[in-house]
Design a binder for this molecule. Sequence first.
Ligand code: CUA
Length: 421
Amino acid sequence: MLLSNRPNRPARWALAAAALAGSCLLSGCFWLDGPQSTFDPNGPVARAQLDLFYVTCWVTLVIFVLVGSALAYAMIRFRARSDDDMHAEPPEQHHGNPLVEVSLIAASVFSLVIIAIPTLKGIWFSYDVPEAERAGAYEVTATGYQWWFKFDYPNETAQTIDPTGKLVSAPLTTGNELVIPAGRPVHVNLRTVDVIHSFWVPKLAGKVDMVPNRANSLWIKADRPGYFWGQCAEFCGESHAVMRFRVIALSPREFNDWLDSQMAPARRVLATAASGAAGPKAHFAAYREFSRNEAGYTDRFAVSPLDAWRQQQMPDSDEDPALIAKGRELFTAKTCASCHTIRGVEGAVGVQGPELTHVGARTTIAGGLLENNRDELHRWIHAPNEVKPGNKMWVNGYVPNNIRLTSADEDALIAFLESLK
Ligand code: CUA
């Protein structure tokens, strides 16, 4: 039987088609409107950066066509047509043509200038809020941690309860979800407490690094209310790929309502409230096993995340006050409080992990990796290392310190965290 290494003609076409489809898939061009697509800008900074990308693309496309055509012409026109051609001496060599060389240099300089002008304009524009809009800009500070984001609102003052029971002021801080006013420029200070991270919300602005001992910043503006995905864009350790966050842009009125609710200390559900009479009831039939890296989003959330966020602001209808009260006690007893702040819970002033005063009103947990619901909270508390390898709760937290959580403890803690609207 004869075997040939050369694929036949249909096989060659099939190979070429597969290569084209493969490169399209790899480059992501079938998902131009995905949640982290830079081709769907929702604000002026992202738009300016996309425009610049297109200018560069068109200029390089023209160069590609010109050079490719010249190459194709030379290959076809001067190809070897016979055996004699194959073995012929090369023609006599000349030094280049000065006119062609000067023209090529001039054309290269011209195309670089075409790219340079909008590039410089784009750099200046995205560096800081334009002068005309600066007075109305809102300010926040984003800080990178291995592997989550902290957001501070330096111009807002929240409330907490001191040991004597008096309301006193405290900084307003959230974790992993940055809520901003839509239609208003937001100046974001970028900081890190450990290694270099990078702040990136593809639909709002390109990435800027968060560098130790360096005060970087960027600005974003969302055209209208929306829910945007963010991602750490600089390799920062084993869980870099799962260091995510969200930006939620709200109308000015909705934003003010959100600020008001965030100012208050943690919501307190009293154990004596009605449904607690029968004693704590179990939340779960059984703990479901999850595989590592299993996605943690429900369809309801995926279809309309902003609506899901709005629903998340309301307390659940099936709250169990007795269970919540027990969870509140466990939060301190099981040492969660030494790493997490909850304004209004005595002793909960830790700053190693995300601030949790209103964690129940966020749509995601675990650095934006999982949807904030009972199953995912359970998965996160039960086996944090299966979700985010190397995280501090696993490496330094309750797990290595042999603080055991029974399944009833997990139930209570989850009910408490969910109640923090
Ligand atoms: Cu933080 Cu990558």
